[in-house]
Design a protein around this ligand. Sequence first.
Ligand code: NDP
Ligand code: MG
Length: 378
Amino acid sequence: MKTVSILGSTGSIGTQALEVAKMHKISVRALAAHSNAELLCAQAREFVAEYVCIFDENKAKDVRDNLFGSKIKVLTGDEGLSQIANLDVDVMLNSIVGIAGLVPTLEGISHGTDIALANKETLVTGGSIVMSEAKKKGVKILPVDSEHSAIFQCLRGNDSRQVSKILLTASGGPFFGYTKEKLKSVTKEQALRHPNWSMGSKITIDSATLMNKGLEFIEAMRLFDLQPGQIEIIVHRESVLHSAVEYNDGSVIGQMGAPDMKIPIQYALLYPERLPCPAKRLSLTDYGTLTFAKPDLETFDCLSSCIQAAKQGGIMPTVVNGANEEAVKLFLADKIKFYQIGEFVKGALEAFENRSVNSVSDILRADKEARLYVRDNA
Ligand code: NDP
Ligand code: MG
């Protein structure tokens, strides 16, 4: 029986991962969340976890009271998260949202644990450090993001040196076909309504601005050691082809499936096994037609800024990510308009001078500065 820990267990990915764990009787040793004490406690009891970490120290008392009388140990804050990341488990699923996932990923790696990685911000900001540490430690980074899981699956059984390019698919989000002018009047409700996927609020907004695809572009470069010129983004409205790999001979191998995150979550948790998954099956004849189009880099500033940041390297991917995290927070709090998210991301890219990244503290400093840039200009 596999043992896992789940960081971000109360979120969209975390709760779906628990469904998978339940179906396959995966043992859940530890769970971590930010502040959703009630759900975290209910999950810990149901899965008989040994440890929980509630990051928000103000909620620790609620969790202790709730779990009083059980054997579950309650941890909190950075220290608690670090303890969870240092437990012995077969796989640590990191489904925390944002750059907060970076340090726990690195701790899990240095402990020698394979990482099922949903937290794409880890690779966008700290990708080079994360991948080289994982290599040193002989740790697997198993992608959970559906596109990267698809690419990972399409690379199996082939020689990655014979890859000519990656076709990274994008749903296009709720504002596909919009002009810059039309984006000026979109509301929060519209931006939170994704056509194909039900996800946490931050990634739903990222999908509407196409920042998500920009982050995934950088994520793919880091995970699969690619140059920016080797990744082609293709808008595919139906989210059935989850991405594909083109080889030197022109053969394109793609991975298809119903748009359900439980499939890539399960693939990462049970890797390399394929067992029945609690997800709908794909019926291609229900779709009839699949469509493919080029992305609109003129309208969606977040996407073009990420591609530029990817080409520049250094702190720039962290700068666009940090600016975006802060701008999305302000947008969700009704402090800025939707179109301003793209303006802030692009503005940060132009305002910052690049520096090299040699350590995690270089990354955290750039992140802080990018957030400050947005707050100062909002
Ligand atoms: P959610 O917002 O639904 O969930 C985020 C989770 O992280 C919650 O459990 C939250 O706890 C927890 N969390 C946040 N900060 C901390 C912290 N400092 N310490 C411990 N726990 C923390 O996000 P999603 O599940 O949608 O996304 C998670 C990650 O996966 C993101 O990086 C996203 O980009 C990526 N991803 C998501 C997909 C999806 O379909 N949802 C698809 C592909 C990638 P609490 O509930 O208490 O706030
Ligand atoms: Mg994705």
